[in-house]
Design a protein around this ligand. Structure first.
Ligand SMILES: NC(=O)c1ccc[n+]([C@@H]2O[C@H](COP(=O)([O-])OP(=O)(O)OC[C@H]3O[C@@H](n4cnc5c(N)ncnc54)[C@H](O)[C@@H]3O)[C@@H](O)[C@H]2O)c1
Length: 451
Protein backbone atom coordinates (compact mmCIF):
# COMPACT_ATOMS: atom_id res chain seq x y z
CA UNK A 1 0.00 0.00 0.00
CA UNK A 2 1.33 3.46 -0.83
CA UNK A 3 0.62 6.58 1.09
CA UNK A 4 -1.85 8.83 -0.71
CA UNK A 5 0.56 11.72 -0.21
CA UNK A 6 3.47 11.57 -2.60
CA UNK A 7 5.11 14.96 -2.58
CA UNK A 8 8.43 14.46 -4.28
CA UNK A 9 7.29 14.62 -7.89
CA UNK A 10 8.32 11.04 -8.52
CA UNK A 11 6.16 7.99 -8.84
CA UNK A 12 5.48 5.77 -5.83
CA UNK A 13 7.84 3.21 -7.26
CA UNK A 14 10.82 5.50 -7.20
CA UNK A 15 12.62 3.36 -4.63
CA UNK A 16 12.21 0.11 -6.45
CA UNK A 17 12.47 1.36 -10.04
CA UNK A 18 15.53 2.66 -11.73
CA UNK A 19 14.99 6.41 -11.38
CA UNK A 20 16.00 6.90 -15.00
CA UNK A 21 13.25 4.55 -16.09
CA UNK A 22 10.80 7.13 -14.91
CA UNK A 23 11.92 9.78 -17.34
CA UNK A 24 9.94 10.17 -20.50
CA UNK A 25 12.20 11.86 -22.91
CA UNK A 26 14.29 11.22 -25.96
CA UNK A 27 15.69 8.01 -24.47
CA UNK A 28 12.77 6.75 -22.43
CA UNK A 29 13.29 4.30 -19.61
CA UNK A 30 17.02 3.94 -20.13
CA UNK A 31 19.88 5.11 -17.94
CA UNK A 32 19.78 8.88 -17.97
CA UNK A 33 21.18 11.60 -15.79
CA UNK A 34 18.01 13.72 -16.17
CA UNK A 35 16.48 12.64 -12.83
CA UNK A 36 18.78 14.84 -10.80
CA UNK A 37 17.98 15.57 -7.17
CA UNK A 38 17.63 19.21 -8.17
CA UNK A 39 14.71 18.43 -10.46
CA UNK A 40 13.11 16.31 -7.76
CA UNK A 41 13.64 19.03 -5.18
CA UNK A 42 12.13 21.61 -7.50
CA UNK A 43 9.10 19.42 -8.02
CA UNK A 44 8.83 18.87 -4.31
CA UNK A 45 8.76 22.58 -3.62
CA UNK A 46 6.16 23.13 -6.36
CA UNK A 47 4.11 20.28 -4.99
CA UNK A 48 4.25 21.48 -1.39
CA UNK A 49 3.11 24.93 -2.53
CA UNK A 50 0.16 23.51 -4.43
CA UNK A 51 -3.37 23.26 -3.04
CA UNK A 52 -3.47 19.75 -4.44
CA UNK A 53 -0.84 18.76 -1.92
CA UNK A 54 -3.14 19.92 0.88
CA UNK A 55 -6.10 18.03 -0.51
CA UNK A 56 -4.11 14.82 -0.74
CA UNK A 57 -2.39 15.45 2.59
CA UNK A 58 -5.79 15.67 4.22
CA UNK A 59 -6.54 12.34 2.62
CA UNK A 60 -3.30 10.90 4.00
CA UNK A 61 -4.02 12.20 7.48
CA UNK A 62 -7.48 10.83 7.50
CA UNK A 63 -6.10 7.52 6.26
CA UNK A 64 -3.60 7.55 9.08
CA UNK A 65 -6.13 8.44 11.72
CA UNK A 66 -9.04 6.37 10.62
CA UNK A 67 -7.15 3.58 8.86
CA UNK A 68 -9.32 0.88 7.39
CA UNK A 69 -12.29 2.36 9.24
CA UNK A 70 -12.45 5.14 6.64
CA UNK A 71 -13.65 3.79 3.30
CA UNK A 72 -12.73 6.99 1.45
CA UNK A 73 -9.14 6.65 2.68
CA UNK A 74 -9.04 3.04 1.53
CA UNK A 75 -10.28 4.15 -1.88
CA UNK A 76 -7.33 6.48 -2.26
CA UNK A 77 -4.55 3.99 -1.60
CA UNK A 78 -4.69 1.64 -4.56
CA UNK A 79 -1.05 1.05 -5.46
CA UNK A 80 0.10 2.05 -8.92
CA UNK A 81 2.70 3.69 -11.06
CA UNK A 82 3.18 6.13 -13.89
CA UNK A 83 6.44 6.78 -15.69
CA UNK A 84 8.20 10.08 -15.96
CA UNK A 85 8.99 12.65 -13.33
CA UNK A 86 5.30 12.91 -12.61
CA UNK A 87 3.52 12.30 -9.33
CA UNK A 88 0.85 9.63 -9.66
CA UNK A 89 -1.18 11.38 -6.99
CA UNK A 90 -1.26 14.62 -8.96
CA UNK A 91 -2.38 12.63 -12.01
CA UNK A 92 -5.05 10.95 -9.89
CA UNK A 93 -6.23 14.23 -8.42
CA UNK A 94 -7.23 15.35 -11.93
CA UNK A 95 -9.90 12.69 -12.28
CA UNK A 96 -10.72 11.98 -8.65
CA UNK A 97 -12.97 13.89 -6.30
CA UNK A 98 -10.20 16.42 -5.50
CA UNK A 99 -9.93 17.49 -9.15
CA UNK A 100 -12.07 16.75 -12.21
CA UNK A 101 -14.98 15.19 -10.40
CA UNK A 102 -14.80 17.80 -7.68
CA UNK A 103 -15.81 20.41 -10.27
CA UNK A 104 -19.27 18.97 -10.71
CA UNK A 105 -22.30 18.61 -8.53
CA UNK A 106 -25.44 17.11 -10.01
CA UNK A 107 -28.95 16.85 -8.71
CA UNK A 108 -32.09 15.63 -10.44
CA UNK A 109 -32.79 19.07 -11.84
CA UNK A 110 -29.44 20.82 -12.15
CA UNK A 111 -25.72 20.55 -12.70
CA UNK A 112 -23.46 22.93 -10.85
CA UNK A 113 -19.97 23.57 -12.20
CA UNK A 114 -18.08 24.69 -9.16
CA UNK A 115 -15.01 25.77 -11.10
CA UNK A 116 -11.57 24.31 -10.83
CA UNK A 117 -9.55 24.51 -7.64
CA UNK A 118 -8.04 27.96 -7.11
CA UNK A 119 -4.69 26.94 -8.61
CA UNK A 120 -3.60 24.65 -11.40
CA UNK A 121 -1.48 21.65 -10.51
CA UNK A 122 2.22 22.38 -10.88
CA UNK A 123 3.52 21.78 -14.40
CA UNK A 124 7.18 21.19 -15.09
CA UNK A 125 9.23 24.22 -16.12
CA UNK A 126 10.89 23.21 -19.37
CA UNK A 127 13.80 24.77 -21.14
CA UNK A 128 12.18 26.49 -24.19
CA UNK A 129 14.22 24.22 -26.46
CA UNK A 130 12.56 21.17 -24.93
CA UNK A 131 9.07 22.62 -24.69
CA UNK A 132 6.96 21.34 -27.58
CA UNK A 133 3.69 22.51 -29.10
CA UNK A 134 1.64 19.36 -29.15
CA UNK A 135 -1.69 18.80 -30.89
CA UNK A 136 -3.95 16.10 -29.48
CA UNK A 137 -6.90 15.36 -31.77
CA UNK A 138 -9.68 13.69 -29.78
CA UNK A 139 -8.15 15.11 -26.60
CA UNK A 140 -11.53 15.50 -24.89
CA UNK A 141 -12.14 11.76 -24.96
CA UNK A 142 -11.24 9.03 -22.52
CA UNK A 143 -7.64 8.28 -23.57
CA UNK A 144 -7.00 11.74 -25.01
CA UNK A 145 -7.79 13.56 -21.78
CA UNK A 146 -5.34 11.39 -19.81
CA UNK A 147 -2.70 12.01 -22.45
CA UNK A 148 -3.37 15.76 -22.22
CA UNK A 149 -2.99 15.63 -18.41
CA UNK A 150 0.38 13.98 -18.72
CA UNK A 151 1.70 16.25 -21.48
CA UNK A 152 0.56 19.29 -19.50
CA UNK A 153 2.23 18.07 -16.30
CA UNK A 154 5.39 17.45 -18.33
CA UNK A 155 5.38 21.16 -19.18
CA UNK A 156 4.45 21.21 -22.88
CA UNK A 157 2.06 23.51 -24.77
CA UNK A 158 -1.00 21.43 -25.59
CA UNK A 159 -3.71 22.15 -28.17
CA UNK A 160 -6.77 19.90 -28.28
CA UNK A 161 -9.06 19.66 -31.30
CA UNK A 162 -12.28 17.75 -30.75
CA UNK A 163 -15.84 17.79 -32.05
CA UNK A 164 -17.18 16.40 -28.73
CA UNK A 165 -18.92 13.50 -30.45
CA UNK A 166 -17.94 11.15 -27.63
CA UNK A 167 -15.64 13.42 -25.66
CA UNK A 168 -16.55 16.04 -23.12
CA UNK A 169 -15.23 19.39 -21.97
CA UNK A 170 -15.62 18.17 -18.41
CA UNK A 171 -12.67 15.82 -19.03
CA UNK A 172 -10.45 18.84 -19.57
CA UNK A 173 -12.01 21.65 -17.57
CA UNK A 174 -9.31 21.46 -14.90
CA UNK A 175 -6.93 22.95 -17.51
CA UNK A 176 -9.21 25.69 -18.86
CA UNK A 177 -7.43 29.02 -18.56
CA UNK A 178 -3.95 27.53 -18.16
CA UNK A 179 -1.49 29.44 -20.37
CA UNK A 180 -0.07 26.20 -21.78
CA UNK A 181 -3.49 24.87 -22.80
CA UNK A 182 -5.95 25.51 -25.64
CA UNK A 183 -8.99 23.65 -26.95
CA UNK A 184 -10.65 24.11 -30.34
CA UNK A 185 -14.04 22.69 -31.32
CA UNK A 186 -13.25 21.19 -34.70
CA UNK A 187 -14.15 18.14 -36.75
CA UNK A 188 -11.02 16.52 -38.17
CA UNK A 189 -12.93 15.56 -41.31
CA UNK A 190 -12.24 19.20 -42.24
CA UNK A 191 -8.69 20.57 -42.58
CA UNK A 192 -7.15 22.80 -39.94
CA UNK A 193 -3.98 24.89 -39.97
CA UNK A 194 -1.87 25.10 -36.82
CA UNK A 195 1.83 25.40 -36.01
CA UNK A 196 2.81 22.36 -33.96
CA UNK A 197 5.79 20.07 -33.37
CA UNK A 198 3.93 16.84 -32.66
CA UNK A 199 0.48 15.46 -33.46
CA UNK A 200 -1.16 12.69 -31.46
CA UNK A 201 -4.09 11.69 -33.66
CA UNK A 202 -6.80 10.07 -31.52
CA UNK A 203 -9.97 11.61 -32.94
CA UNK A 204 -12.28 8.70 -33.70
CA UNK A 205 -15.08 7.09 -31.70
CA UNK A 206 -13.82 3.86 -30.13
CA UNK A 207 -16.86 2.08 -28.73
CA UNK A 208 -19.03 -0.06 -31.03
CA UNK A 209 -22.20 1.75 -29.92
CA UNK A 210 -20.80 5.04 -31.11
CA UNK A 211 -18.87 4.02 -34.21
CA UNK A 212 -21.76 1.92 -35.48
CA UNK A 213 -24.30 4.71 -34.93
CA UNK A 214 -23.00 6.47 -38.05
CA UNK A 215 -20.70 4.07 -39.90
CA UNK A 216 -20.21 6.36 -42.89
CA UNK A 217 -19.02 9.16 -40.61
CA UNK A 218 -16.73 6.70 -38.84
CA UNK A 219 -15.14 5.81 -42.18
CA UNK A 220 -14.87 9.48 -43.10
CA UNK A 221 -13.15 10.14 -39.77
CA UNK A 222 -10.83 7.18 -40.37
CA UNK A 223 -9.84 8.39 -43.83
CA UNK A 224 -10.34 12.17 -44.08
CA UNK A 225 -9.54 12.81 -40.42
CA UNK A 226 -6.21 11.02 -40.73
CA UNK A 227 -5.58 12.56 -44.17
CA UNK A 228 -6.05 16.07 -42.74
CA UNK A 229 -3.84 15.43 -39.73
CA UNK A 230 -1.13 13.91 -41.94
CA UNK A 231 -1.42 16.84 -44.37
CA UNK A 232 -0.87 19.18 -41.43
CA UNK A 233 2.10 17.10 -40.22
CA UNK A 234 3.60 17.28 -43.71
CA UNK A 235 3.14 21.07 -44.01
CA UNK A 236 4.56 21.99 -40.62
CA UNK A 237 7.04 19.07 -40.40
CA UNK A 238 5.46 17.75 -37.22
CA UNK A 239 5.97 14.22 -35.98
CA UNK A 240 2.69 12.29 -36.32
CA UNK A 241 1.39 9.46 -34.13
CA UNK A 242 -1.68 7.46 -35.16
CA UNK A 243 -3.67 5.66 -32.47
CA UNK A 244 -4.56 2.53 -34.38
CA UNK A 245 -6.13 -0.51 -32.80
CA UNK A 246 -5.92 -4.25 -32.25
CA UNK A 247 -9.09 -4.34 -34.38
CA UNK A 248 -6.83 -4.23 -37.44
CA UNK A 249 -6.15 -7.90 -36.60
CA UNK A 250 -9.91 -8.65 -36.82
CA UNK A 251 -10.88 -12.09 -35.50
CA UNK A 252 -7.28 -13.26 -35.40
CA UNK A 253 -5.99 -16.63 -36.57
CA UNK A 254 -2.65 -15.97 -34.89
CA UNK A 255 -2.38 -15.83 -31.11
CA UNK A 256 -1.02 -13.76 -29.46
CA UNK A 257 -1.00 -11.09 -32.15
CA UNK A 258 2.36 -9.80 -33.37
CA UNK A 259 2.69 -6.61 -35.39
CA UNK A 260 3.76 -8.71 -38.38
CA UNK A 261 0.32 -10.37 -38.53
CA UNK A 262 -1.80 -8.97 -41.41
CA UNK A 263 -5.15 -9.64 -39.77
CA UNK A 264 -8.44 -11.37 -40.48
CA UNK A 265 -11.06 -8.67 -40.92
CA UNK A 266 -14.56 -8.92 -42.36
CA UNK A 267 -14.65 -5.87 -44.63
CA UNK A 268 -18.45 -5.87 -44.99
CA UNK A 269 -19.52 -6.57 -41.38
CA UNK A 270 -20.95 -4.12 -38.83
CA UNK A 271 -17.51 -3.48 -37.32
CA UNK A 272 -15.87 -2.82 -40.70
CA UNK A 273 -16.40 0.94 -40.51
CA UNK A 274 -14.04 1.08 -37.53
CA UNK A 275 -11.65 -1.78 -38.39
CA UNK A 276 -11.24 -0.80 -42.04
CA UNK A 277 -11.20 2.90 -41.11
CA UNK A 278 -8.15 2.22 -38.95
CA UNK A 279 -6.56 -0.02 -41.59
CA UNK A 280 -6.87 2.68 -44.23
CA UNK A 281 -5.57 5.19 -41.66
CA UNK A 282 -2.46 3.03 -41.25
CA UNK A 283 -2.10 2.70 -45.03
CA UNK A 284 -2.34 6.49 -45.40
CA UNK A 285 0.17 7.03 -42.62
CA UNK A 286 2.81 4.86 -44.27
CA UNK A 287 2.02 6.32 -47.69
CA UNK A 288 2.74 9.82 -46.34
CA UNK A 289 5.92 8.50 -44.76
CA UNK A 290 7.13 6.91 -48.01
CA UNK A 291 5.95 9.59 -50.42
CA UNK A 292 6.49 12.77 -48.42
CA UNK A 293 8.92 11.78 -45.69
CA UNK A 294 6.47 12.46 -42.85
CA UNK A 295 7.91 11.25 -39.55
CA UNK A 296 5.29 8.76 -38.36
CA UNK A 297 4.52 6.51 -35.37
CA UNK A 298 1.71 3.93 -35.18
CA UNK A 299 0.41 2.51 -31.91
CA UNK A 300 -1.88 -0.51 -32.14
CA UNK A 301 -3.86 -0.18 -28.96
CA UNK A 302 -5.52 -3.14 -27.26
CA UNK A 303 -8.55 -2.81 -24.96
CA UNK A 304 -7.94 -0.03 -22.50
CA UNK A 305 -9.98 1.03 -19.50
CA UNK A 306 -9.92 3.55 -16.67
CA UNK A 307 -11.54 6.67 -15.24
CA UNK A 308 -13.36 8.96 -17.71
CA UNK A 309 -14.67 6.12 -19.84
CA UNK A 310 -18.27 6.84 -20.73
CA UNK A 311 -20.31 4.79 -18.31
CA UNK A 312 -22.93 4.05 -20.96
CA UNK A 313 -20.98 3.40 -24.14
CA UNK A 314 -21.29 -0.36 -24.02
CA UNK A 315 -17.61 -1.18 -23.53
CA UNK A 316 -17.00 -4.30 -21.45
CA UNK A 317 -15.32 -2.74 -18.42
CA UNK A 318 -17.66 0.21 -17.92
CA UNK A 319 -20.68 -1.99 -18.60
CA UNK A 320 -19.70 -4.63 -16.07
CA UNK A 321 -18.66 -2.19 -13.35
CA UNK A 322 -21.81 -0.09 -13.62
CA UNK A 323 -24.02 -3.19 -13.67
CA UNK A 324 -22.21 -4.61 -10.63
CA UNK A 325 -22.40 -1.32 -8.71
CA UNK A 326 -26.15 -1.19 -9.34
CA UNK A 327 -26.52 -4.86 -8.38
CA UNK A 328 -27.94 -5.54 -11.87
CA UNK A 329 -27.23 -8.71 -13.84
CA UNK A 330 -23.94 -8.67 -15.71
CA UNK A 331 -24.68 -9.28 -19.36
CA UNK A 332 -22.22 -11.31 -21.40
CA UNK A 333 -22.68 -11.53 -25.15
CA UNK A 334 -21.81 -15.10 -26.20
CA UNK A 335 -20.86 -17.92 -23.84
CA UNK A 336 -18.17 -15.94 -22.00
CA UNK A 337 -15.28 -18.02 -23.33
CA UNK A 338 -13.95 -15.31 -25.68
CA UNK A 339 -10.75 -13.81 -24.29
CA UNK A 340 -9.60 -10.24 -23.92
CA UNK A 341 -6.58 -8.46 -22.50
CA UNK A 342 -7.22 -5.21 -20.69
CA UNK A 343 -4.68 -2.50 -20.00
CA UNK A 344 -5.00 0.39 -17.59
CA UNK A 345 -5.03 3.82 -19.18
CA UNK A 346 -1.86 5.06 -17.44
CA UNK A 347 0.16 2.28 -19.06
CA UNK A 348 -1.20 3.25 -22.46
CA UNK A 349 -0.31 6.91 -21.94
CA UNK A 350 3.22 5.88 -20.92
CA UNK A 351 3.49 3.80 -24.10
CA UNK A 352 2.13 6.52 -26.41
CA UNK A 353 4.57 9.11 -25.11
CA UNK A 354 7.46 6.65 -25.24
CA UNK A 355 6.59 5.75 -28.83
CA UNK A 356 6.30 9.38 -29.89
CA UNK A 357 9.70 10.12 -28.35
CA UNK A 358 11.35 7.04 -29.87
CA UNK A 359 12.91 6.81 -33.30
CA UNK A 360 10.85 3.75 -34.23
CA UNK A 361 8.40 4.06 -37.14
CA UNK A 362 6.83 0.62 -37.58
CA UNK A 363 3.59 -0.27 -35.75
CA UNK A 364 3.90 -1.13 -32.06
CA UNK A 365 1.33 -3.06 -29.99
CA UNK A 366 0.40 -1.40 -26.72
CA UNK A 367 -1.62 -3.63 -24.46
CA UNK A 368 -1.49 -5.78 -21.38
CA UNK A 369 -0.86 -9.45 -22.23
CA UNK A 370 -2.71 -10.68 -19.09
CA UNK A 371 -5.49 -12.66 -20.78
CA UNK A 372 -8.89 -13.40 -19.27
CA UNK A 373 -12.06 -14.98 -20.57
CA UNK A 374 -14.94 -12.52 -20.49
CA UNK A 375 -16.54 -14.70 -17.80
CA UNK A 376 -13.42 -14.56 -15.60
CA UNK A 377 -13.35 -10.84 -16.07
CA UNK A 378 -16.99 -10.48 -15.07
CA UNK A 379 -16.38 -12.57 -11.92
CA UNK A 380 -13.35 -10.46 -11.05
CA UNK A 381 -15.36 -7.25 -11.36
CA UNK A 382 -18.22 -8.60 -9.25
CA UNK A 383 -15.73 -9.52 -6.53
CA UNK A 384 -13.96 -6.13 -6.61
CA UNK A 385 -17.26 -4.25 -6.58
CA UNK A 386 -18.47 -6.34 -3.64
CA UNK A 387 -15.29 -5.57 -1.71
CA UNK A 388 -15.70 -1.89 -2.51
CA UNK A 389 -19.35 -1.87 -1.45
CA UNK A 390 -18.56 -3.67 1.79
CA UNK A 391 -16.00 -0.98 2.62
CA UNK A 392 -18.78 1.56 2.17
CA UNK A 393 -21.21 -0.43 4.31
CA UNK A 394 -23.40 -1.06 1.26
CA UNK A 395 -24.79 -4.57 1.29
CA UNK A 396 -26.78 -4.35 -1.93
CA UNK A 397 -27.63 -7.20 -4.22
CA UNK A 398 -24.72 -9.18 -5.68
CA UNK A 399 -24.87 -9.36 -9.46
CA UNK A 400 -25.19 -12.62 -11.30
CA UNK A 401 -24.02 -13.27 -14.83
CA UNK A 402 -26.55 -13.66 -17.65
CA UNK A 403 -25.82 -14.56 -21.25
CA UNK A 404 -27.13 -12.96 -24.46
CA UNK A 405 -26.47 -14.05 -28.07
CA UNK A 406 -22.98 -13.25 -29.35
CA UNK A 407 -22.50 -10.03 -31.33
CA UNK A 408 -21.63 -10.30 -35.05
CA UNK A 409 -17.90 -10.46 -35.82
CA UNK A 410 -16.90 -10.21 -32.16
CA UNK A 411 -13.31 -11.54 -32.04
CA UNK A 412 -12.86 -14.77 -30.11
CA UNK A 413 -9.33 -14.12 -28.87
CA UNK A 414 -7.27 -11.04 -28.16
CA UNK A 415 -3.84 -10.87 -26.63
CA UNK A 416 -0.99 -8.58 -27.65
CA UNK A 417 2.51 -9.80 -28.25
CA UNK A 418 4.38 -6.90 -26.64
CA UNK A 419 7.93 -8.07 -27.42
CA UNK A 420 8.46 -5.19 -29.83
CA UNK A 421 7.29 -2.56 -27.31
CA UNK A 422 9.71 -4.02 -24.78
CA UNK A 423 12.61 -4.08 -27.22
CA UNK A 424 12.20 -0.71 -28.91
CA UNK A 425 10.60 1.35 -26.14
CA UNK A 426 11.62 -0.46 -22.96
CA UNK A 427 7.89 -0.42 -22.25
CA UNK A 428 5.84 -3.02 -20.42
CA UNK A 429 2.60 -2.58 -18.52
CA UNK A 430 3.11 -1.66 -14.87
CA UNK A 431 -0.50 -1.99 -13.77
CA UNK A 432 -2.19 -5.32 -13.29
CA UNK A 433 -5.77 -5.42 -14.53
CA UNK A 434 -6.90 -5.87 -10.91
CA UNK A 435 -5.17 -2.72 -9.64
CA UNK A 436 -6.53 -0.69 -12.54
CA UNK A 437 -10.00 -2.08 -11.95
CA UNK A 438 -9.91 -1.18 -8.24
CA UNK A 439 -9.27 2.44 -9.13
CA UNK A 440 -11.88 2.42 -11.89
CA UNK A 441 -14.52 0.98 -9.55
CA UNK A 442 -13.90 3.88 -7.15
CA UNK A 443 -14.25 6.35 -10.03
CA UNK A 444 -17.53 4.91 -11.32
CA UNK A 445 -18.91 4.78 -7.81
CA UNK A 446 -18.16 8.49 -7.42
CA UNK A 447 -19.79 9.24 -10.78
CA UNK A 448 -22.91 7.30 -9.86
CA UNK A 449 -23.18 9.04 -6.50
CA UNK A 450 -23.15 12.38 -8.34
CA UNK A 451 -25.83 11.54 -10.86
N1 LIG B 1 -9.97 2.83 -25.58
C1 LIG B 1 -9.59 1.76 -26.21
O1 LIG B 1 -9.72 0.65 -25.69
C2 LIG B 1 -8.96 1.87 -27.57
C3 LIG B 1 -8.50 0.71 -28.18
C4 LIG B 1 -7.92 0.81 -29.43
C5 LIG B 1 -7.79 2.05 -30.07
N2 LIG B 1 -8.25 3.15 -29.44
C6 LIG B 1 -8.13 4.42 -30.16
O2 LIG B 1 -7.72 5.46 -29.28
C7 LIG B 1 -8.38 6.67 -29.65
C8 LIG B 1 -9.10 7.25 -28.45
O3 LIG B 1 -10.05 6.30 -27.98
P1 LIG B 1 -10.95 6.59 -26.71
O4 LIG B 1 -11.18 5.30 -26.05
O5 LIG B 1 -10.40 7.71 -25.94
O6 LIG B 1 -12.30 7.02 -27.43
P2 LIG B 1 -13.27 8.23 -27.12
O7 LIG B 1 -14.48 8.00 -27.93
O8 LIG B 1 -13.41 8.41 -25.65
O9 LIG B 1 -12.45 9.48 -27.66
C9 LIG B 1 -12.44 9.86 -29.02
C10 LIG B 1 -12.42 11.38 -29.07
O10 LIG B 1 -12.38 11.77 -30.43
C11 LIG B 1 -13.39 12.76 -30.65
N3 LIG B 1 -13.82 12.66 -32.04
C12 LIG B 1 -14.47 11.64 -32.66
N4 LIG B 1 -14.66 11.90 -33.95
C13 LIG B 1 -14.11 13.13 -34.17
C14 LIG B 1 -13.99 13.96 -35.31
N5 LIG B 1 -14.49 13.59 -36.49
N6 LIG B 1 -13.38 15.16 -35.17
C15 LIG B 1 -12.88 15.56 -33.98
N7 LIG B 1 -12.97 14.82 -32.86
C16 LIG B 1 -13.58 13.62 -32.96
C17 LIG B 1 -14.48 12.43 -29.66
O11 LIG B 1 -15.33 13.51 -29.39
C18 LIG B 1 -13.65 12.01 -28.45
O12 LIG B 1 -13.30 13.11 -27.68
C19 LIG B 1 -9.31 6.35 -30.81
O13 LIG B 1 -8.68 6.69 -32.01
C20 LIG B 1 -9.48 4.85 -30.71
O14 LIG B 1 -9.73 4.28 -31.95
C21 LIG B 1 -8.83 3.10 -28.21
Amino acid sequence: MISPRRPSGVSPTSNSMNAAQQIIGTAPFTESPVSSPTAAERNERLWEASPFSQILEDGANSAGQAGAEDPQAEDRVVPGKVRGEISLDVVRSLYGSAGGLGNLRRSNSSVIYTGRPPEFPPVKKLNPLNKKRILVSGGAGFVGSHLVDRLMLMGHDVIVVDNYFTGSKTNLMHWFGHPNFEVIRHDVVDPIMLEVDQIYHLACPASPVHYQSNPVKTLKTGFFGTYNMLGLAKRVKARFLLTSTSEVYGDPEEHPQKESYWGHVNCIGPRACYDEGKRVAEALTYSYARQDGVDVRVARIFNTFGPRMNWNDGRVVSNFIVQALKGDDITIYGDGSATRSFQYVHDLVDGLIALMESDYSDPVNLGNPEEYTIKQFADMIVQLVNEHRQRHGDVGKTSTVTYLPAVADDPQKRKPDTTRAKEVLGWAPQWSAVDGLRETVVYFHQIMQQS
